[in-house]
Design a protein around this ligand. Sequence first.
Ligand code: NAP
Ligand code: MG
Length: 487
Amino acid sequence: MQDQLFINGRFVDAESGETLATLNPHDNSVIAEVAMAGKADVDKAVKAAQAAFPKWSRMAAMERGHLLLKLSDAIDANRQELAELESIDTGHPLRDTLGLDAPRTAVTFRYFGGMADKLEGTVIPVEEGFLNYMLREPVGVVGQVVPWNFPLMFTSWKMGPALAAGNCVVLKPAELTPLTTLRIAELMAEVGFPEGVVNIVPGLGSVAGQYLAEHSDVGKIAFTGSTATGKRIVQASSENLKKVQLELGGKGANIVFNDANLDAAVNGSAFAIFHNQGQACIAGSRLLLHEAIADEFLDRFLKLAASIRLGNPLDLQTEMGPLTSRMHRDRVLSYCDVARAEGGRVLLGGKAPDNAELAEGCYVLPTVVKASPLDRVSQEEVFGPFVSITTFRSDEEALAIANGTQYGLGGGLWTRDLQRAHKFARDMKSGMVWINCYKRVNPGSPFGGVGLSGYGREMGFEAMREYTQVKSVWVNIDADMRPYYSR
Ligand code: NAP
Ligand code: MG
């Protein structure tokens, strides 16, 4: 298991020699002591990336793509190991890390590997005698800071487009979950990525992350995390006016109408909130039920939620693992008191499971709370297996509730009414809308939010555009230019 920083193609200790323990949230045992990057290490990483940039950015795009394709094959070949490592570091059930996280990581790198040589410039029809063309050039050294909820997948979401477009990367994983990112770096070295193109600096957000966001030799900072930290990143970025991309929090509205296919809606809504222990920015954490079907829906939803199998993530029967840290578990549970204080009712869960085998871990039972739309639990991101439920009577009311938070990442609706479906897709204030499904993600489909959920898009051509800057080139072909000055 790699436990050092990855700088300039080598695994090295931090200059300070300091380390940080990474824990297994199933029992809070220490998995590894991981080197902790400070400012000096970030400086070294940025220098290595700068040095690698000229060659990497001018390499044939197809060759860069080929390395990403080789990496995705290596991820597939090491799927079991990566999935197990992700499960012990994050608490995600192995059935997910094996079936979703690891294969999606490979697929996303593969997608961007194929994309590398397909990002074209354009020729602009300007006045006669001139040729004007637009180039998309890489930004240079890109800083990337990611959270702990999907660390393996985020390596591909972040590094895939950045590298395909010809940038060099310094990535800071979350302090809680650095292990799969370091293993990906090792695989990158094995498949032949040149030294310095990718550098991984595990460490504290307040130190390594902050410094990367401030760094004058970093041309862009791409961040996934909380809205509060996103605001700090923007401030830090002003030092050299670097480009900023922000994927922040969400409070997804999941609306079930009275004409919905209830079987599909119940199942899909449970997936929307309980998958990954609810630790997803796009979780459907607000469930809006039409009052005509609310009782029947809730009856079935609560039964399904209560039947979800909690347990050791490495057990393939487990459907829900622990939250990723003890501190986060306590924060999620504290929202039950927040709900009660405002008149909300906890209908299910709201505590750790009784099971003695899970007592040392960061487990929380699937939690369902009845609350009003303006209550804190309906407005603030809880980021756990915690859903707030409210009812509505009309489409207008549903839309007003759905749009009634400062976030705008993802949202969805369950209905058989085509007109209503598209009307909501048009009117919902969010970067993504799911109709009769939830939390669909694909490397080709733009991912990102509006409002306090941030700006910029990951995935697809949009992501490639985010990692490039435009240059406009003017050529005088045969224009007969009258001199500006007559002498
Ligand atoms: P967080 O506290 O904002 O941390 C995210 C990352 O930022 C971590 O690597 C963290 O380091 C680092 N960081 C902390 N302070 C920093 C600073 N001053 N400067 C630079 N970096 C800093 O978020 P979290 O609570 O770990 O993650 C959950 C949040 O991420 C939720 O709000 C969730 O919605 C959001 N998220 C959004 C998306 C999306 O695509 N929109 C996807 C997933 C998650 P440490 O590890 O040391 O804290
Ligand atoms: Mg861990």
